[in-house]
Design a protein around this ligand. Sequence first.
Ligand code: ZN
Ligand code: ZN
Length: 233
Amino acid sequence: MLTCLCCGKQETEKMLLTDIVYFKKIVSANRCQMCHSKLVRLANEPTCLGCCRIKQDENDSCLDCVKWKQLYPKYAFSHTALFQYNLFLKEWLENFKYKGDYRLAKLFNQELTEYFNMKNQKNKQYIPIPISQTSMKLRGFNQVEELLASAGIPFHPALIHVGTGEKQSSKNRKERMESKQPFKLDENYCSQLKNQQIILIDDVYTTGRTLFHAAELLQQIGVATIETFSIAR
Ligand SMILES: [Zn+2]
Ligand SMILES: [Zn+2]
């Protein structure tokens, strides 16, 4: 018997046969069939090569990525997102991040473990996007760090949030795009990260602004490569 983390419904393990086929191995299930069916896995969709958004047209890169490339000509765009940021994921994030339902950190353990245990991911350094002091006081935890810790993925909290902590979600697109660099690098990490392969990790890729701010700082200290990752796009 499993109790769905999202809706609380109880289901017998037998019901999860399609899950097992889908992942081609036994999953430690923590969501019911109904909730699972609401997830849109981006690996199965045609997506923008730059940001992993579901393609709107035939071009390899979406218009936003074309603009980012003008702003960051030397940056190699490589973003992986697991799921489309749909209503189901908005609700998950709302309950986890803002209402503080801590158990929901576990929801993507299986997918996170799979992704970060792939062969080509070994020897890379994982850096979560930090949250502001204001959010930390309010929430008590960094949702990205919790997701990683919950899945047993080691990470380096090398970025420090020094911004004012205005909620990105309360800003419109233009305000987000104009926001100032909110991060600085923890000096203890600078020499350690030099020439390393980095994966920057966030919960949601919205405009890309946050991840580009973080990437800028890492480029300045001479890391080898930067990729980015988010649960949702
Ligand atoms: Zn459910
Ligand atoms: Zn794109």
